[in-house]
Design a binder for this molecule. Sequence first.
Ligand code: CS2
Ligand code: MG
Length: 402
Amino acid sequence: MKITAARLIICSPDRNFVTLKIETDEGIYGLGDGTLNGRELAVAAYLEEHVIPCLIGRDPFQIEDIWQYLYRGAYWRRGPVTMTAIAAVDVALWDIKAKALNTPLYNLLGGRSRQGVLVYTHANGNDIAEAVESVQQHMAEGYLAVRAQCGIPGVKSSYGVPKAGKPYEPAERGLPSESVWSTPPYLQHVPKLFAAVRNACGDDVHLLHDVHHRLTPMEAARLGKDLEPYRLFWMEDPCPAELQESFSLIRQHTTTPIATGEVFNSIWDTHDLIRNQWIDYLRMTIVHAGGITHAKKAADFASIYNVKTGFHGATDLSPVTMAAALHFGTAIHNFGIQEHMPHSKLTDEVFRSGYRFDAGYMMVGEEPGLGVEIDEKLAARHPYKPAYLPIARRLDGSLTDW
Ligand code: CS2
Ligand code: MG
């Protein structure tokens, strides 16, 4: 089998997506997600100018060799744009191989280890009461795990809080918006949020919270300790992780489980966190970390150190990535949980996928490959629109993590 063509489908059904379609001389094609929220066209250019010309004529079954060619052959290493571009190719090749072998993709990853993949979804509100109601609503929908975020008194439009009652979509059309951040009220308010949620929703529901990189290690240690009575499933991205050893400070002070890694794009971003067991869940995801090939190596390394997966699954990861993550989660042993922010109805019309939600779990379909199709005609009716993630500034005007 030979790769005969590869092209991008860039569309915006309610939000921007970059999809790579790789075609072969046997009529089988594969899909890969190349979406990097706010930097979509950087990945598109990398693929169009520097990757696609090198793919034509290659054997799509040589997934490892093509991965190494794109990683080592570029000379310049790692980074979100490069690794997202490699991921788009990698996932499309896995899709082709599974289709050619007439089997669902999870069978190429070791076969089924579980019937369904435990997922968590997002509950949020402008205040604690709204957030509690949102957790209850998602529990009523059947979710067994819910992430809770709420507005912070005195902090205008912080991460995770929807605007004007619309579903939460952080990327905004046009240039980055600016929001104001203050840590002290956040540290005081979040424990109150979880006290209220536990009181209203009971002890059984798994509760998660995303700090979104906004604290220092010691502030995160304090928050982790203050949240211990509410027994969170995890506290996510407690502080920036460029300095991996920061997490050892947090670990010394709290037993609240820690998840991080959605902004990582290679195992080298996280290998100290894993081998020191400074984290409990690895969030690095297939679309931003070089695809299934690299994510599998990372997950296997993590399994040696009692670290489970908890892959990122926000709406800015397309249904192609969600399907890949569900096949991945169906197969690997050290699966923890999968984030599931449902896409919009229009996105689900553009990307028809075989996965489904049932009583807190997601099941992949049994068709060969990923089980995702893209309606190119409908996609073309929703062209790319520039959109950026917000930035945040402290009260004194200095820039901080959003
Ligand atoms: C968040 C994401 O889902 C999460 O855990 O961190 O929504 C993140 O803000 C977006 O994916 C950024 O594009
Ligand atoms: Mg997050």
